[in-house]
Design a protein around this ligand. Structure first.
Ligand SMILES: Nc1nc2c(c(=O)[nH]1)N=C([C@H](O)[C@H](O)COP(=O)(O)OP(=O)(O)OP(=O)(O)O)CN2
Length: 307
């Protein structure tokens, strides 16, 4: 085994040369921005309008502020931001997306609320001089959950997503999504067995188009969708369960058996009754405890179908 403790290292610049770095070559192109070609702003007929061009998978600290529950939290948002580009423009101004994001962050306004996202998309459309802009933010949303008997608090989380689309003439379009985790107990297993019934975690994913008059100062859509998933489940999921708690959730699950079909129908009924939801899709996917596969069911419903 070589004694590597006494390696005589060249200095850092020499090390870089050793590994292939070379001195800068001759400079012939402009270094000042106003002297540089601006390819993306070239104007001619580029054949097609582009519906969406921009950036995605942008991770950034964000604020989740709920007017309904005075509980401000910071979390990590993953952004998708695009604009339309009409066929007379070669490209978008890519730097302006993150330039604006940072400006809102520095002003303490990077909040995943509809108010912020509406303002952001309108300003982005103005800055890019393009007709339409879209922003989507996905983030883990944390909420307190207390034991049903012990009242012991802990934090649960659900995956949330907001999309705001802005059009200079037709205005805004909002879509929200939430994926909540629940307990489901199998009705068939309960019916046919002398005792016990297989049960498992279920993931309820809901996506809802909100009406234009939705008021986030009076309704927290995250809480509304979470309750639609959890209140129809066999039982809710808790971070802290003492023995009396565990007894309660175990018996509650047995008293409320649910197929995935039952879950999507019951959640659909709750979403249908929410006046601020225009259209929704609900999916329940069970991590079946007696199979290596999952069970899944989906309902999509648009209230305009029966206007
Ligand atoms: N697909 C890609 N498109 C573009 C890229 C890229 O890397 N991949 N890069 C550019 C630009 O070179 C760069 O983003 C800066 O362009 P822009 O945002 O237009 O910024 P400017 O320096 O021109 O400053 P403004 O004053 O904001 O115009 C473009 N497209």
């Amino acid at each position: 085994m070589k004694d590597e403790r006494n390696v005589s290292l060249p200095n850092k610049a020499e090390r870089h040369k050793l590994f292939g770095s070379v001195e800068p070559g001759p400079r012939s192109k402009p270094t000042k921005k106003h002297e540089m070609p601006d390819l993306q702003n070239t104007k001619q007929d580029f054949l097609f309008d582009i519906d969406h061009v921009g950036i995605t998978n942008v991770k950034h600290p964000v604020i989740v502020n709920s007017h309904v529950t005075p509980h401000v939290q910071t979390t990590i948002g993953t952004f998708y931001m695009t604009s339309s580009v009409n066929k007379t423009h070669k490209g978008t101004n890519m730097s302006r997306f993150t330039e604006l994001l940072n400006q809102y962050y520095e002003n303490g306004e990077l909040e995943v609320s509809l108010a912020f996202l509406k303002e952001f998309t309108a300003e982005l459309s103005h800055r890019l001089e393009q007709e339409e802009t879209t922003i989507t933010v996905e983030f883990p949303w944390f909420f307190e959950r207390r034991g049903p008997d012990s009242d012991k608090p802990g934090m649960n989380h659900a995956d949330a997503k907001v999309t705001v689309h802005y059009h200079q003439t037709s205005g805004y379009h909002y879509t929200v999504s939430l994926k909540g985790t629940i307990t489901t107990l199998c009705p068939c297993s309960k019916e046919i067995s002398e005792y016990s019934a297989h049960n498992q975690r279920g993931n309820v994913s809901m996506e809802a188009e909100l009406t234009g008059d939705f008021d986030e100062t009076t309704t927290d859509w995250k809480l509304a969708l979470l309750e639609a998933a959890e209140s129809n489940a066999s039982a809710r999921i808790h971070p802290v369960l003492k023995r009396p708690d565990e007894k309660m959730v175990t018996e509650q699950a047995y008293e409320n058996p649910r197929f995935v079909e039952d879950m999507v129908r019951l959640v659909a009924a709750d979403l249908y009754e929410m006046p601020f939801i225009q259209k929704f899709t609900v999916t329940c996917q069970n991590e079946e405890s007696i199979h290596l596969h999952d069970a899944i069911a989906t309902i999509t419903y648009d209230k305009s179908w029966h206007m």
